[in-house]
Design a protein around this ligand. Sequence first.
Ligand code: PLP
Length: 385
Amino acid sequence: MAVPSDLILTLNQEAKARAAQGIDITNATIGMFFDDEGKLPVAPIFSSANYVNENYFAYSSIAGELGYIKRVLPWFFGEDADRFETPRTCATPGGTGAISLAFHDIKLAGFEPIVLSVCWPNYFTIAKFHGLTLKQINNFEGGRLDIRSMRKAFLSSSKPCLIINDPCHNPTGYSMDETDWNAVVDLLNMKNEESALILDIAYLDFAGPGASKRIADAIAKIDSSVPIYVCSSFSKTFSIYGLRLGALSLLNMGKDSYARIKQSARACWSNCNMMAMSILRDAFASQEEIAKLKSWIEENRKTIEGRASIFINEANEVGLKLEPYKHGFFATAVVPDAFATALKLKDQNIFVVPSSEHLVRVAFSCVPTPKIPGLAKAIKIASED
Ligand code: PLP
C-alpha cells in the first residue's frame, strides 16, 4: 500500500487532539524536535529578535538576502564550502521549496529521477506535481545501502538523476559512510553531464561530527560537468518549521541555470520570508553568533542521540528489528504489518507512522526522553498480536 504524504501530518493532528483532551499520549509522528519538557525550543537568535522591525516586512529579491544566500553552504559545510565551484544559491520556503525547484528543473532537462523506495513520502507528491515519475530502488542490503540496486537503475537509465537524502535519512536514520559515497561518486562520474544529483541535507546538523566533511569530500570528487542541486532546510536546524526557510544551491551549473531557477521561484512563491532571512543573515555575519548557535544545536542533537540509544538498546533487547540507524530524528522498525501495528499502538495512545507495508517510523525527535523507555517493547508486542 502506498503511503500518502499527508499521513504524517494527519496522525500528528490526531495525536495532538487526543492530548488536548487531557489523555497521556506518546506522539512519535512528526519530524520536529521537542525538548524533554515537550516544548519546541526556540533558537536564541529568534527568541531575542525584534519582530516589528519594518525591514522584515519588505520584499526581498527573488534570490534572497545576499548575506543569507552566500552563507548557507558555509553554515552547513564550514570551510569546505570553499571547495565547491561557484555555487549559486536561491532562497526557498524550507527544504520543500528547494526540492520542488530541483524536481522542476530536472524535469525540464529530461532527467530520470531515482530514489530509495522507502523515503520521505513528500518526494512522490512533489514529483507528481511536476509530472515526474520516480524510479524506485531497494534501500538496504545486508545492513548497508544497496549500491547494486542503485547501480542497476542508474546504468539502465539514459539520463539518471540520483535523489539522495543524507545524512540522517528520513525515515530510517541511515547515514552514508565514505564507501557509500565513493560508490555514488563513481556512478555519477561514469555518465558525467548525462547524470545529475539532488542532495537533500535537511538533517545535516543532526549527524554529528564528520558528516559534512564526508559529503564535501564526495562533492569535490564528482566531475565538474555533473549538475548538483543541494537542497537545504533551516526548519530542523533552528526549529523554525513554520517560518519556512531553506535554500537551493546549484553546483557545477552556470548563470543560465541560476536565472532559470530564479524564474521558477518567481513563478511559484516570488520571494522568501524576509524576517527569517534577515535574522539568519545577521547571525551568519558574526562568528560569535555562529558559535552560540552551533552549541545550541549540539545540545539538541545530543538529546536526540540519547533518545536513539535508549530506543535502539531496548529494540535489541526485545528483538524488534530496525533498519540500519546511524543518526537523526527517526528510526524504522520492521514489522509484519505496519498499518495494523500503528493502529494497535494508537489504541494505547502511542502514535507512530507506517512508512511502508512493513516499516513503522518512530520519530523519537519529538518524544521527551522519559517516554522513550518501553516504546520499542510496545511496538514489538503490537506487531505480534
Ligand atoms: N527533506 C526531508 C527528508 C524532510 O524530512 C523534510 C521535512 O520533513 C524536508 C526535506 C523539508 O523540510 P521543510 O520544507 O520543512 O524545510
